[in-house]
Write a protein that binds this ligand. Structure first.
Ligand code: SME
Length: 167
C-alpha cells in the first residue's frame, strides 16, 4: 500500500520536487498506462491545493478523448485546436490561463473553473494527450506550475506503456 505524504512547502518548486518523488514511488515498476494515469490524477488531486479538476485527455482517432480524472464530469471529445486543451495539443505547448473567461474558445466543463493549465504529453514527436488542471482561483497557475507539471508529464510518458491508449 502506498501512503501519500501531505506537507507544507516553502515554495512551488519544493512542492513539485516532493510530488515528483512521490509519483516516482507510486508508479514503481508498473507500466500499465491506464493505471498510471488514474493514480497520477488521484495523487495530483491530493497534493496540489485549490484544484477543482485534474486529469487527462488522450489522442484517440485524431481528437482528444476524456481519460482518467478527478473532479466533476467533463466533456468527452475535444477537437485539436479547440478550447485550452485542444490548443495546447495542437501547438504541443504548455498553456497557462490565469483567467479562463479571457481565453477565447475556453470550454467550460465546470462553471467553478477560473484558471487552467494544460501540458501536452509528448513521446518525442508523438502527441499522446494532455494533462489538464482547473482551479476555482483566478491566477492559480504560473510558470512554476508549468515547469513542475511538465516534469510530471515527462515522468508519466517515460514510465508507461501507451499501447492501445493513444493513436
Ligand atoms: N476547459 C477545457 C476543457 C476540459 S475541462 O476543463 C475538464 C478546455 O477549454 O479545453
Amino acid at each position: 500500500m502506498f501512503h501519500v505524504q501531505t506537507g507544507e512547502f516553502a515554495d512551488k518548486p519544493a512542492r513539485y520536487a516532493d510530488l515528483l518523488l512521490q509519483l516516482d514511488g507510486l508508479l514503481g515498476t508498473e507500466r500499465d498506462g491506464l493505471a498510471n494515469l488514474a493514480n497520477a490524477a488521484a495523487l495530483l488531486a491530493e497534493l496540489l491545493p485549490a484544484l477543482n479538476w485534474v486529469g487527462f485527455y488522450l489522442v484517440r482517432d485524431g481528437a482528444l478523448r476524456l481519460g482518467p480524472f478527478q473532479g466533476r464530469v467533463a466533456c468527452v471529445h475535444i477537437a485539436l485546436g479547440r478550447g485550452v486543451c485542444g490548443t495546447a495539443a495542437a501547438q504541443r505547448q504548455t498553456i497557462v490561463v490565469p483567467d479562463v473567461h479571457a481565453f477565447p474558445g475556453h470550454i467550460a466543463c465546470d462553471a467553478a473553473s477560473r484558471a487552467e493549465v494544460v501540458v501536452p504529453l509528448l513521446a518525442g514527436e508523438r502527441l499522446l494527450g494532455v494533462l489538464d488542471l482547473d482551479s476555482p482561483q483566478p491566477g492559480r497557475f504560473d510558470a512554476d506550475d508549468a515547469r513542475g507539471l511538465d516534469a510530471v508529464a515527462q515522468l508519466l510518458v517515460a514510465r508507461s506503456d501507451w499501447t492501445r491508449l493513444a493513436d
